[in-house]
Ligand binder design. Structure first.
Ligand SMILES: [Zn+2]
Length: 242
């Protein structure tokens, strides 16, 4: 066979290169109508390691945009499997003295490796002013008491430290939408219809940065440059600094 050049996009987690990315995301009228970033159905999963466009965006952002000191402490809430594996490999080489902790609320829906502790984002079992970075991707939209979660995230970050918090987001929505008080079944139906997923308490809109600023998080959003990582060019890296 010839030596045809590999073509297509690259996965920055496993170095796959090609064009066989697989579909992920949901088909849902509200996600299409509001062009919700981070949720719509798209060809974005790496066929080799299974990483998502969000994993690749987050990995690039964390490894390129944050200047860590010699012994960084990182908390990863609801850690994505591929992203956490890639980050741990990167830390081993670049920051061997790093502390990397995973926390998630164990619900029985997922299986966690032993390094992931049980914990609730509204009441984290960690000290004050401890972390240089907290990663909490696609978590905040599940939390009804958002203010409480943001307060808790701020508490455990050192001054000047970072929060990476990707969320489903619509730039067409002026004001973020939160769910009304309903019984659990009615609520899940309402949320599926209005937020695009049965367990999303929030769909965030144009006021997101302002909400975050009110909670003490300065936004450093950046759109990905033209890239070959099969990342959504419209999904900003939602990075904040306290
Ligand atoms: Zn990959």
């Amino acid at each position: 066979m010839g030596t045809a050049l590999m073509q297509g996009d690259t996965c920055n987690l496993c170095r796959y290169q090609g064009s066989q990315f697989r579909y992920r995301g949901h088909r849902n009228p509200v996600l299409n109508r509001l062009q919700v970033i981070g949720a719509q159905r798209r060809k974005a999963n790496c066929p080799r390691c299974g990483s998502s466009d969000r994993d690749r965006l987050s990995y690039a952002g964390i490894t390129q945009r944050i200047a860590f000191g010699p012994q960084p402490r990182i908390l990863h809430i609801a850690p994505e499997k591929q992203l956490s594996a890639a980050l741990q490999s990167w830390l081993k080489v670049k920051h061997p003295d790093a502390q990397y902790l995973g926390i998630d609320k164990r619900t029985g829906l997922y299986r966690y490796p032993s390094w992931v502790q049980d914990g609730d984002i509204r009441n984290l079992p960690v000290p004050d002013a401890h972390f240089d970075l907290v990663i909490a991707n696609h978590v905040l939209e599940h939390i009804q008491s958002l203010d409480q979660a943001l307060k808790e995230l701020k508490r455990c970050l050192k001054p000047g430290a970072y929060l990476l918090a990707q969320v489903p987001y619509s730039s067409l929505l002026e004001e973020s939408s939160s769910s009304p008080q309903l019984n659990p079944i009615a609520k899940s139906l309402w949320q599926r219809k209005h937020h695009g997923q049965w367990d999303h308490e929030w769909l965030f809109g144009q006021d997101l940065k302002q909400r975050m600023a009110q909670a003490g998080f300065g936004a450093h959003w950046t759109l990905p440059k033209a890239n070959s990582l099969r990342i959504n060019a419209l999904e900003p890296l939602m990075l904040y600094q306290v």
